[in-house]
Ligand binder design. Structure first.
Ligand code: AKG
Ligand code: FE2
Length: 318
């Protein structure tokens, strides 16, 4: 049932296909995120060795002692660097998630007009190789995101670069997450990642090392989704929901605690964000008499700030 509900698509159909294959890909992707919330992507062209190398290096980082990891903590509400265990919680929860993670953000050349909009990345000095591999991976995921957004624009009858221009030099985040094996000291009410929607336009979830990811169907049923090695799961976030006037709702998902073998889990979501000054305005085609405009325009930066307060990563200025 799960296999039939969440479609598997091949990105080559869009990047190298005939015009009818491109159209079919765009249609299936859009229908998938609209109706189910997730699609599984193959043929994305990200080198498997690059994925393995990133996992290998990040696993080494998370195995460092807590004091060492904390040297890289606390940069702009977790926008960059390390966020410690239990700190982030889903929007309507007070119990922290059972995870620690590390954020890598956009790096632009010195003198680039947007370079001062972004905090500098932090790199663990214990792992000198990490920077190059993480940034290569970031660029590759940006490329895949751009393709997916072009497909979405095609299906929505928008100009090809409508969405991909929004993420040009954008504020996307590569998050590597470590969910440790459960132990007695952990809060019994906590789960690996509480039910939530992502803040951004779309998310690319690179193959995780274990199961646990679940999707809430439009019918209100939780179903497990596990990408196989080499696959990327793609879902829609709140920003896309907002500008599409909820025509494409954000996907509700969570990561549940292991039931069988109690092992740690690693995953790497890439949150695809616009540049901070990008105006999130409702797409006119998504406003109809039955679906009048729901949200005023807001910049991506302001929207992100509001949401980071809600999930406990930023304390609001009073
Ligand atoms: O670990 C996963 O598979 C999903 C993580 C997630 O949903 C998130 O960090 O927003
Ligand atoms: Fe998420």
């Amino acid at each position: 049932m799960i296999q039939t509900l969440v479609k598997t698509l091949n990105l080559k159909d869009f990047t190298h296909g005939t015009s009818s294959q491109r159209k079919a890909f765009a249609e299936s992707f859009t229908a998938g995120i609209k109706e189910t919330g997730f699609i599984i992507l193959e043929g994305h062209g990200v080198n498997p060795d690059l994925i393995d190398k990133n996992y290998e290096l990040w696993e080494k980082f998370f195995s460092l002692d807590t004091d060492t990891k904390k040297k890289y903590e606390g940069i702009l509400g977790g926008a960059r660097g390390y966020t410690g265990f239990g700190k982030e919680h889903a929007k309507n929860r007070t119990v922290g998630d059972l995870k620690e993670f590390f954020h890598v953000g956009q790096e632009l050349p010195v003198g680039h007009p947007l370079s001062s909009d972004y905090a500098a990345n932090v790199w663990p000095e214990e792992l000198p190789e990490l920077r190059q591999h993480a940034l290569n991976f970031y660029r590759e995921l940006e490329r895949v995101a751009r393709n997916m957004l072009e497909a979405l624009a095609l299906e929505m009858d928008l100009r090809q670069n409508f969405f991909s221009d929004m993420i040009q030099d954008g504020n996307s985040i590569l998050r590597t997450i470590h969910y440790p094996a459960l132990d007695e000291s952990m809060d019994k009410n906590a789960i690996r990642a509480g039910e939530h929607e992502d803040i951004n336009l779309i998310t690319l979830l690179v193959e995780s090392t274990a199961s646990g990811l679940e999707l809430l169907t439009r019918e209100g049923e939780w179903i497990p989704v596990k990408g196989e090695k080499g696959q990327i799961i793609v879902d829609a976030g709140d920003m896309l929901s907002r500008i599409s006037n909820e025509v494409i709702p954000a996907t509700t998902h969570r990561v549940v605690n292991p039931e069988g073998e109690n092992t740690s889990r690693f995953s790497m979501p890439f949150f695809v964000h616009p540049y901070p000054n990008c105006l999130l305005e409702t797409i006119p085609q998504c406003i109809t008499p039955d679906n009048p405009e729901k949200y005023p325009a807001i910049t991506a930066g302001d929207f992100l700030y509001q949401r980071l307060v809600e999930i406990g990563l930023i304390k609001e200025d009073k």
